[in-house]
Structure formats: C-alpha cells, structure tokens
Design a protein around this ligand. Sequence first.
Ligand code: G1P
Length: 287
Amino acid sequence: MKIRKCVIPAAGLGTRLLPASKAVPKEMLPVVDTPVLELIVKEAVDSGIEEILIITGRDKSAIENHFDNNIELEDHLLKKNDHINLDKIDKIVNMARIFYTRQNKPLGLGHAILCAKEFIGNEPFAILLGDDIMRAKKPVTKQLIDCFNTYNAPVLGVQEVDESDINKYGIIDYEKIEEDTFFVNDMIEKPKLENAPSNKAILGRYVLTPEIFDILENQKPGVGGEIQLTDAIRNLLDIQKVYAYQFEGKRYDTGSKIGYLKAIVEFALVREDLSEEFEQYLKALLK
Ligand code: G1P
C-alpha cells in the first residue's frame, strides 16, 4: 500500500533553545536560510508523501504562515521584478497539502501522534519528528518506506549512538536479518546505560500502521510522566512484527544547541553559493 500521509509533531516547547524559542517556534529557526520544518516537509515530499499533518500548539502560528501565501510580500517582490524570491515563496506554498491540528496539552510524543488518528484513518503512514533533520543521498523517509514495502510491517529508523547519549533516545533490542535491517525484539525509552539492550537508537523517523492509535488511546504515561510513542510501539510488538532500518545519512538534533550549530555549519558547507567563502573563513578562524 502506498504511503501517502505523514505526521510531523511540532508542538514541543523547545526549552533547550530558550530564549530563541520563546516567541519563534523552534521548528522555524533557520538552518542557513531555510526553517528546520521546511527541510522536514521537503524530505517528506521527496519521499512521495502527498498529505502532511503538522501537530502544532499555542504560539506556533508562524508555522502556518510560513507555508501560506503572503500577499503583501508577493506584491512587493512582483513590483521589484524579484522572480527569484517569488519562485522560492511559490515553491513553499505549493510543496504539499499541509493540514494542522493542535495538541492542546503537553502530554508527550505519543499523545501528539494520537492527535493524528482521524487524519490518518486506516492506512500506513510516516512520522517525521519536527526537530530531527537529515542529510542523506536518498531521503531517509523514502529509505524507511522502501523497507516497509519489503516487510509490510512497521519500520523504525535507527542508527548507533555514543554510550553517553543512550539515555536520550528510544533504544531497541534486535536481531539482524539483513545488512541494514533488524527485527525488533523489544525497545525501551531513554534507558540508563546499564539497562540499554544495545546502542541502536530510534532517530526521529518511523513508518507505522494505524493499529498504533488503539494502543495510544490506552497508553499509560511512561518516562518523564509523558505518553511515550516508544512504549506504544513496544505494545504493538505483541500483535505485529516491527522492523528497524539503519538508514544512510546524517541526522541533526536541531532541538539542542550543539545539534543546531552542527546543522548550520554542515548545511552551509554544502551550499554552492556559500561553501567556498565559509570554508575559508572557518579554516582561518581555526588556525
Ligand atoms: C523522542 C522519542 C525517542 C527518540 C527521539 C529521537 O524523544 O521519544 O524515542 O529516540 O525522539 O530524536 P525526544 O527527543 O522528543 O525526547
């Protein structure tokens, strides 16, 4: 079955990036000149997704404005014959069919995904977390969709992380079945190092089936008192096989200061219009 829909949860408060995220949603912070969320929407579109539900919250109207027309700005650019910028804006507005809903209580990632139940209906779908951006040869969501099409079962995007970072992620217990594909035996959200079954972490990309919603409806709060998506997928293991795919590409956690900085530097270094000058600048700076 074709994966047509995805959910992008973007309701988090972004406390790790305060004060920048006080009035500007953290998902709208720029990576060079493109908001984090636009990069994520682009990954979804490049993966064949047609309809996107963004889960927002209070004070996130900048998100809706970004993907909508701005008549005043467009008139201004038209008068100045600035077709380069007009094209940029036109592309953003026509990228995909984007829908919005609000998570009106901060009850956790699992609860945010549950807000997509009606939108998703009865078909498999992708999840792209609103903080995690990727640089990959083939869009990471597309890599997961291809794996889903092989096994016809939910797929989690994973990579190995440093031991010191294990307590930040959902960690899987697995059996290897192919070069980059694993059968998931168990999973645990944000374990202590001594309780972690491996160093393979779920990194912000999932393809799931609608069975997850019934589980989420009854999911009790877990780590941090929040309804955890990882706990719900763990319960899914009782009724379905679940796979993990170790994707090709580099992932940046733009919700953290260091992840955001790394993203800006690395995205700038691959930009045709900036890389040369920026690289020289960095080299001189580090001498
Ligand atoms: C969430 C998930 C976690 C996953 C992580 C990836 O945690 O709960 O399983 O590994 O995203 O970024 P959060 O970063 O929202 O605390």
